[in-house]
Design a protein around this ligand. Sequence first.
Ligand code: F6R
Length: 611
Amino acid sequence: MCGIVAYVGHREACPIIIKGLKRLEYRGYDSAGIALMNGDLNVYKKKGKVADLEAFISDKDVHGNIGMGHTRWATHGEPNDVNAHPHYSSSRNIAIIHNGIIENYAALKTLLISKGHTFQSETDSEVFINLIEDIRINNNCTLVEAVRLALHEVVGAYAIVVLSKDDPNQLVAARKGSPLVLGIGKGEYFLASDATPIIEYTNEVVYLKDYELAVIKDGELDIRSKEDIKQTPYIQHLELTLDSIEKGGYEHFMLKEIFEQPRSIMDSMRGRMIVESNHLMMGGIREFENKFANAERILIVACGTSWHAGLVAEYLIEDFARIPVEVEYASEFRYRNPIVRERDIVIAISQSGETADTLAAIELAKSKGATIFGICNVVGSSIARATDAGAYTHAGPEIGVASTKAFTAQVTVLTLISMIIGSKRGTLETSKLHQLMAELENIPAKVEQALALDEQIKRIAAQYQDATNFIYLGRGYNYPVALEGALKLKEISYIHAEGYPAAEMKHGPIALIDEQMPVVVIATKDSSYEKIVSNIQEVRARKGKVIAVVTEGDTTIPTMADHVIEVPETSEHLAPLLSVIPLQLLSYHIAVMRGCNVDQPRNLAKSVTVE
Ligand code: F6R
C-alpha cells in the first residue's frame, strides 16, 4: 500500500511529485504529503486525496529541485494530517516517506522514547526515521551510513526515501519487500513505487532489489548492498507509454480498462499461438514444459480476483491436462502447514506482482522444494522476480482498483498454459486443441460484441442501483465468474453481494431469496445448461428477480428471466472471458449511479503489500 515519489534534478520538484502521486493514487488515497528542500526541509501534508494536498500547498513556497511525496493507505494510525507522510525525525533535521510495515516498531519506539525521542504520529514510519537519527547521532556517522545500519534493525517491509537538511543535494532510498523503481534521466533522477510517475521523463529504469540502498548526490547514483558493497545497476528500457496510463477520454480508469479487453486479451496471446499450424509457444514455460507435464499436482496461489482466475485454471488444467489442481488463498496457504512436494508446481497469479500474501506463499512453497511459476502483469515486479519462471499477462497498466482486464488476461494466459500442458501430455486431442485455439483467437472480437451491450446493461443497472443485496450464481466454468461478479459489485458499489455455485443455493442461500433479491445467473450454453435452467426456476418460484447472462439466440431463459443479457456463443472452456464482461459493466454502472468513486473505492488499495 501507499505510493511514493521522489525527484532530484534541474526541474521544479513539486509539480513532478504531485503528478506522480496522482498516478500512484490507486495505491492509497487517505492522505498525502510532500517534502521539499528549499533552504529548509519543508513538509506539507493533508488528510484526503492528492488534490486536497495540492489545494493546501497552493499558497506555500514550494520551490526546489529536490523533494519527495507520499500517498497513504493507513496501516498504523487513522488517516489524518499527523499520520500522513512525510515524517520528520524528532529534531526535524531529516524526513522520511515509507511504503510498507515495520513489524518491530513498538519495541523500537519504546527504546527510542527512553532515549529522549519524541513522536507526533502513531505510525511505524516515524519510528524508522527516529531510529535513523538515533544511529546517526550515536555513531557520529553520515546519513547514508545511518540508513544502512537502520536497515539491520528493522523487521518488515519498506520502500523508503530520506531527505536531510544537512545534505540538501542528496536523496537516500532503500527497499525490502515493497517496490521501488529508479528512473534515470539526463542529469535527473526519479524514484517511485512503480514506473508510471517516471515514464513521462525517461524510459531508463532500475528496479531496486531487496536490501539495496540507492544514494543520489550531486548528480551521481551509487547503489550499495546492506553490507555496503557497491552494486552495478541493471538498467532496463521500459516500453510503457504515457497513453497507456491515462484515461484516454473515458470517465474512469475502470471503464477504460473494461473497454480495453479486446486488445489486452489479444496482447496476452500475441506471439503465443499459430492456429494454422496448431502451434503454441510461451517463452516462460518452454524449459519447464517437461516439469509441468510430469507434475504430480499443480497448486495455484493467489488473492482476490487473481484467485478467481486461478479457479478457472483449475477447471481448465484438470480438463485438458488431467493433473490434479488445488487453488489456495495465498493468505491461508502461507499460515497453515501445507503439504508441498518437490514434484509439485506452484502457479502464483498476481496482477501487481506485489501482493504480500502471494509473495509469502511463494517463499513457503520454494522452501519446500516446489517449482514456482508466476503469472504477473507488472513487469519487473517482486513476484515476477521471486519465481523460477513465468509468463506476463501483457494487459498493460491497470489503474482502476477493481481488477477487470487483468482477470481476462490471466484467464487467457492460463488457457494457453493448460493447452500447452494438455497437448504435451497427450490428454488434449489435436483436433480439440485446434478448435480451442481457433475459438480463442475469436475471443477479442466476441468481447467487443459483449461490450456493445453497455447501454442495455446501464438500463438494467438503473433499476437495481438501490438494491441492498445481490446474489450471483454460476456453474462449471461460470462459477468463478459468479464469484468475480459479486466481488466487483461489492468492492465498488458497497452493495452486499454473494457469489455461489448455483447448485449450492439449495443448501442455504436460497433462504435469502424474496421479491427484493436481484439474482444474477450466468447461464450460457454449456454442459450444465439444463441444470442452471432449473436453478433459475427455483429463484423464480421464490419471486427473486433474475438477471440472466445467456448465449445469443437462447429462447428458453428469456421466458423465465426478468432481464436477459446475450453474449456471443463460445466453447464452455472460454466462457468466462465473455460472461464476465456484462458483470463488470453492471457493477461499474451501479457504482457510478450510486455516486461511488469507482476507481478508488473506500478502504481499498490496488496493491496489497501488507499481510
Ligand atoms: C479485486 C482486486 C483484488 C486483487 C487482489 C490480488 O478487484 O483487485 O481482489 O485481485 O488484491 O491482487 P494481485 O492480483 O495484484 O495480487
